[in-house]
Ligand binder design. Structure first.
Ligand SMILES: *[C@@H]1O[C@H](CO)[C@@H](O)[C@H](O)[C@H]1NC(C)=O
Ligand SMILES: *[C@@H]1O[C@H](CO)[C@@H](O)[C@H](O)[C@H]1NC(C)=O
Ligand SMILES: *[C@@H]1O[C@H](CO)[C@@H](O)[C@H](O)[C@H]1NC(C)=O
Ligand SMILES: *[C@@H]1O[C@H](CO)[C@@H](O)[C@H](O)[C@H]1NC(C)=O
Ligand SMILES: *[C@@H]1O[C@H](CO)[C@@H](O)[C@H](O)[C@H]1NC(C)=O
Ligand SMILES: *[C@@H]1O[C@H](CO)[C@@H](O)[C@H](O)[C@H]1NC(C)=O
Ligand SMILES: *[C@@H]1O[C@H](CO)[C@@H](O)[C@H](O)[C@H]1NC(C)=O
Ligand SMILES: *[C@@H]1O[C@H](CO)[C@@H](O)[C@H](O)[C@H]1NC(C)=O
Length: 644
């Protein structure tokens, strides 16, 4: 209701010019943009539709409009839309066209960062993992197979965007080509030229195509291309004059543009939560605006890496589920002090829109919910892997078994007795392997620290390694990030052979409901990767429920959680800094109990009697990290010694 009212206010009396009058371009003589023939500069903010439930798109966009923004900027993650070659999804939370139209309804222009590569702390920087089906592919270069895949993808994406370009009556004023290409080793101008031609072919000659690079001459060297307008990105505290002089090196005339002015910063598991003060943001933003420059704030709202969508940096450091970013709107869309500080600065340079700012959505503490253990991954193997294992002498990667996300079970038999603690090793666990022998957990191997482990078991016993893909590298030359066991596994001196590799479709099995296997009597009493389920009902008699909430995992270690089949993401309170997970209200129902499924890999608090999770009304994503990830080895071993 409020939203509707606001829309009417915003649009009241504004004659929208007909398509033929609409134009957007660069005015090189006056160093600005030209919109409908008038000098123009934009103040924009980043929002990734892939990180905000569709249900909340309008709320977030309205808050951005009311902060005084002219435009929003979004990335298009290719892998979010093309899950298998030629299999596209543009519906529901992936309905990009509706998102763009909604931005326009709210009165915002849109800057489209169409990729194909986006970085964005998103799995593989948005590139689909199936590109790695060609093992030697050189991503972000003129590798023929890479170009062919882009050609097909852009042939789907860009025609959908064309009617939404500003000059065609839509909100899209500019389209970014590639992303910070100058930071990549390949420096392949043929690739950039191919993209330029492809974009022009699909979008026409009128639209402003641009590139973005770090504000240094060396980065612009490989990132800029004649015919694509060069912009720069830099954060608070930088010398604004000097940063824009770098842009001038590439673009002697035309508007000054900072395409990513950082309002906060990203997080990694095992590192302190990033915080950037409002005062320094306000100060630098004001300087940028005083230069007459256009600016996009990255992020204006970060949102959430639901499911398996987070990326990672090298040396391997995955990003957590929350992408709060310390942005002016919190992960849950809450108005923060930073929001008002930014709004005040914007108000010094332009007239702010009148009308109410949509309020912060209320959060509700539904309280504790008891969970029960329903069985291990092994117990559910038939449900999780209905087509059974792929057999191979040596281990295969995720891509080789055509599974791109989540978890794969690698199984073989011990070739000999390992009663005197035999060393199991692999240099290629991507990214974390939960090891057990005949149902007895042995410990965890990982990519960055723990590459060997002593195991015990008799000849012929099943050695199970459940391997987790923790998110593909999204930045730099390590983009070709193969998952699973990417090298051989040795036992003492011997290479282990004859693997059964089970692709696991856990999301589908969870969606169908996991029936309790505990009565089958074949359950080990040890803690292997195990499923727990429970449910809770929305209390009646309280108005406006269901509301957003956060799950807290006290006493749990590391795992993945679903509510009503929606994959909320990974939790890892034993490492931090993120302790609670955001639960948007739109996945909850009032009409029946809400089903929770937790897959815990290491240690649940259930053996000590408190088999609970708790729904709380405030987030905690900034816990003190006791041990930075370099000493995580200690931490992991502690957990295991504790329960073996
Ligand atoms: C497409 O994506 C939406 C949103 O994530 C999802 O609900 C839907 O099931 C997907 N469709 C297919 C066919 O996978
Ligand atoms: C900022 O950079 C400009 C241009 O390089 C320079 O003239 C100025 O002194 C710098 N300001 C500060 C505070 O360093
Ligand atoms: C392996 O251990 C089992 C059980 O302890 C024993 O019966 C068997 O003889 C051992 N095999 C070898 C080859 O040592
Ligand atoms: C394995 O056991 C041996 C002998 O007890 C010990 O020296 C070694 O440190 C252990 N290795 C690991 C990785 O725990
Ligand atoms: C595993 O070892 C075999 C035999 O030495 C070798 O042919 C194969 O390439 C190795 N696989 C990997 C992934 O290293
Ligand atoms: C909900 O949980 C209760 C135990 O708290 C259980 O008896 C009931 O079967 C569960 N309902 C569903 C639909 O899973
Ligand atoms: C919860 O699970 C039960 C039993 O599988 C199912 O009947 C019900 O539809 C589920 N509820 C929701 C909201 O998905
Ligand atoms: C985390 O953030 C909250 C809310 O801003 C603050 O009260 C708390 O002191 C912070 N904790 C840490 C450990 O930084």
């Amino acid at each position: 209701m409020l939203a509707l009212l606001l829309l009417q206010l915003l649009h009241g009396g504004l004659g929208i010019p007909s398509a033929s009058q609409r134009s957007f371009g660069v005015d090189y003589a006056r160093n600005c943009f030209l919109k409908d023939g008038e000098p123009f500069r934009y103040i924009s903010g980043s929002i990734h539709y892939s990180r905000v439930p569709r249900y909340y798109w309008k709320d977030r966009l309205l808050k951005m409009k009311m902060a005084g923004l002219d435009a929003v900027q979004t990335y298009v993650p290719w892998n979010f839309h093309e899950s298998e070659p030629g299999v596209y999804n543009f519906t529901g939370d992936r309905d990009l066209v509706s998102f763009v139209q909604l931005a326009q309804e709210v009165g915002l222009l849109l800057i489209l960062r169409a990729g194909p590569y986006i970085c964005a702390e998103w799995d593989m920087g948005g590139l689909p993992a199936w590109l790695l089906n060609k093992e030697t592919i050189v991503l972000r270069s003129s590798d023929a197979d890479y170009l062919a895949a882009i050609g097909r993808w852009m042939g789907i994406l860009l025609p959908k965007m064309k009617p939404l370009l500003y000059q065609n009556g839509g909100p899209i004023i500019m389209v970014q080509v590639e992303n910070e290409y100058g930071s990549y080793f390949a420096c392949d101008f043929d690739y950039l030229r191919y993209l330029q031609k492809l974009f022009r072919q699909h979008l026409g000659n009128e639209v402003v195509l641009f590139t973005t690079d770090g504000a240094s001459k060396s980065l612009l060297r490989c990132g800029a291309l004649q015919g694509l307008y060069s912009t720069v990105d830099f954060g608070p505290g930088n010398n604004v004059t000097a940063a824009f002089l770098v842009q001038r090196h590439s673009e002697p005339k035309g508007p000054l543009v900072n395409s990513e002015f950082y309002t906060g910063w990203l997080d990694h598991w095992g590192h302190r939560h990033s915080v950037v003060s409002s005062s320094i943001i306000a100060k630098t933003l004001s300087e940028i605006l005083a230069h007459g420059a256009s600016v996009n704030m990255y992020m204006f709202i970060g949102g959430t890496n639901f499911g398996y969508w987070n990326g990672a940096n090298m040396p391997y450091l995955p990003q957590p589920t929350s992408y709060d970013y310390d942005a002016p709107l919190s992960e849950a869309g809450d108005l923060t002090e930073k929001y008002f500080a930014i709004r005040e600065v914007i108000g010094m340079y332009k007239k702010l829109p009148v009308g109410p700012i949509p309020p912060t959505t209320p959060k509700f503490a539904y309280g504790e919910v008891a969970l029960e253990k329903v069985g291990t991954v092994k117990d559910f193997l038939d449900d999780l892997s209905p087509s059974g294992p792929v057999k191979s002498t040596y281990p295969l990667t995720f891509v080789q078994v055509k599974q791109y996300f989540g978890y794969v079970l690698y199984r073989t038999k011990l070739p000999r007795n390992c009663s005197e603690k035999t060393l199991l090793s692999s240099h290629g666990i991507h990214d974390r392997g939960y090891v057990s022998v005949d149902g007895i957990p042995q410990g965890v191997l990982d990519r960055w620290n723990i590459i060997s482990l002593n195991i015990t078991g008799n000849a012929g016993a099943y050695l199970d390694m459940l391997v987790e893909n923790m998110g593909r590298v999204n930045y730099g030359r390590y983009n070709n990030d193969f998952k699973g066991l990417v090298s051989n596994v040795t036992l003492g001196e011997d290479i282990l052979t004859d693997w059964e590799i089970y692709p696991l479709d856990i999301d589908r099995a969870v969606d169908q409901g996991l029936s309790n296997k505990m009565s089958d009597g074949n359950i080990s009493s040890y803690e292997e990767p195990t499923f727990y389920t429970g449910n809770f009902s929305i209390p009646s008699g309280i108005p406006d429920l269901p509301q957003d909430t956060y799950i807290e995992f006290s006493g749990w270690t590391k795992g993945q959680v679903w509510i009503n089949g929606f994959n909320l993401g990974r939790y890892w309170p034993a490492l931090g800094p993120q302790i609670t997970l955001f639960v948007p209200s739109n996945i909850l129902v009032s009409s029946s109990p809400n089903n929770i499924t937790v897959l815990e890999f290491e240690k649940a608090p259930c053996s000590s009697g408190k088999c609970l999770i708790e729904f709380v009304d405030r987030p905690n994503i900034n816990a003190t990290v006791h041990r930075e990830s370099t000493s995580e080895k200690l931490f992991t071993r502690d957990v295991f010694l504790d329960h073996i």
